[in-house]
Design a protein around this ligand. Structure first.
Ligand code: HGY
Ligand code: MN
Ligand code: MN
Length: 417
């Protein structure tokens, strides 16, 4: 009887993956057990250098591109074939969790280790990537590492963006590229044939259903808007309300009107004001300027477009007597993943006897941009209570390893396609 060829999944190590996750979680670790590892920060660069060291110990090639995306390449028997790419992001929210993003990058590295341990050669090269700035909490817009790689946006459009402390992206990027210190590779020189991203679900569905694997079917559309209201600074004690141009009063009127306008009976539309800056921010001066952000999401493109149009109308109406500008700084259409890639993921989960279901993603991911240039897909694993973008984010070593096993076998399927 011929012995079955070794599978990559059989060589995935739960302990090795967990240890790698905990090692990388030390970069930007917070007292509450989460991470603050924002894009292009010293902590983010340290995590990238950990990946570079990991790759060097195994003889894998590493390189980066001019927006700081970091690539780890394992050669295939036919090196000129377009690679299978897998990965996610190492940057985090300011009060982020240890698994959002990092899991997808490190599960990719674990898959490379498993391919080596199993002695498996693939036709296509396999490339693991850590995308720059998926979260967008420090520099807007989010996911510009993958969007620039995919040609959805361009490098020049973001280089002069600044963070809250005034640090210019151009300078932070130059420092990061120099410190990461791996060869530069021009944009698009590694355009993949397939892209697979493993990620925690960041929602409660898999946990509620007792399933370990989500075969992701779609990602809802996203708009990020900046709203700036200009009023007039005045003395809080001497200025009667009738003659005030209070930028914060107008902002409150706009936000409460938009909360109403975007709430639907099925609770499908997602409307979030995550940041609000009031200037001059003095208790006894009437605010003269307010800047707040809107994160708007919906699975239907037409609904999203009409909501953005109505937001502009409502903001103009409610701003009176102040003036208002609404800028759309990120607009991503809903993503529908290809059936063929979903089938490959589903077959891997079935072959491993893992409970799985097809499901949409409420969160945005780098895969939304990769899906515009290649056949892309995502693998979800459960996280505790669906909690994410929170330092309490948690996942079990068993679930994380299950996702890595499905990832490893799916990579082999696609890399020999
Ligand atoms: O905002 C998002 O959906 C992603 O988690 N950064
Ligand atoms: Mn993420
Ligand atoms: Mn996130």
């Amino acid at each position: 009887m011929n012995t079955p060829s070794p599978t990559a999944s059989a060589s995935v190590s739960e302990e090795r993956l967990w240890q790698l996750l905990m090692d990388v979680a030390t970069y930007g670790a917070t007292a509450k057990g989460g991470v603050n590892r924002q894009a292009l920060s010293a902590e983010d660069t340290a995590a990238k250098k950990h990946v570079v060291q990991w790759a060097a110990e195994r003889g894998f090639t590493t390189f980066q591109d001019d927006i700081g995306n970091l690539f780890v390449r394992r050669d295939g028997t036919e090196p000129t074939l377009a690679p299978v790419m897998t990965g996610s992001h190492l940057d985090s929210q300011p009060t982020g969790g240890r698994f959002d993003g990092a899991y997808g990058v490190l599960a990719g590295l674990e898959a490379l280790d498993a391919l080596n341990d199993a002695g498996i050669q693939t036709r296509r090269p396999v490339v693991v990537v850590a995308w720059t700035n998926e979260e967008g909490s420090r520099y807007s817009p989010g996911a510009f590492g993958s969007s620039i790689f995919a040609g959805v946006s361009d490098l020049a459009s973001v280089l002069d963006n600044t963070d809250a402390a005034g640090a210019v992206l151009r300078d932070e990027l130059a420092r990061t590229l120099a410190e990461t210190d791996v060869p530069m590779r021009a944009q698009g020189s590694v355009t993949p044939q397939f892209y697979i991203e493993a990620h925690i679900e960041q929602g409660p569905v898999l946990e509620e259903k007792g399933l370990q694997i989500g075969v992701v079917s779609s990602i809802q559309g996203i708009h990020h808007l900046d709203v700036v209201i200009i009023g007039e600074e005045a003395h809080a004690g001497t200025t009667p309300r009738r003659s005030r141009k209070d930028a914060l009063s107008s902002a409150v009127a706009i936000i409460s009107a938009l909360e109403q306008m975007t709430s639907d009976a099925d609770d499908i539309t997602r409307f979030t004001v995550g940041r609000c800056e009031v200037q001059p921010g003095s208790p006894n001066t009437v605010p003269g300027r307010v800047h707040f952000t809107i994160d708007l999401r919906h699975p239907d493109r037409a609904v999203l477009t009409s909501l953005v149009d109505r937001i502009r109308v409502v903001a103009t109406e409610k701003a009176n007597p102040c003036s208002v500008t609404v800028t759309d700084n990120l607009s991503v259409d809903p993503t529908i993943f290809e059936a063929g890639v979903m089938d490959a993921i589903r077959q891997s989960a079935q072959a491993l006897g893992l409970g799985h279901m097809d499901m949409p993603s409420g969160a945005g991911h780098d895969a939304m941009h990769l899906a515009t240039i290649c056949s892309a897909g995502m693998i979800f694993v459960p996280c505790l209570g669906g909690v994410s973008h929170n330092e309490a984010e948690s996942a079990t070593p068993g679930d994380l390893a299950a996702g890595a096993r499905v990832l490893a076998d799916t990579i082999v399927r696609l890399a020999n396609d």
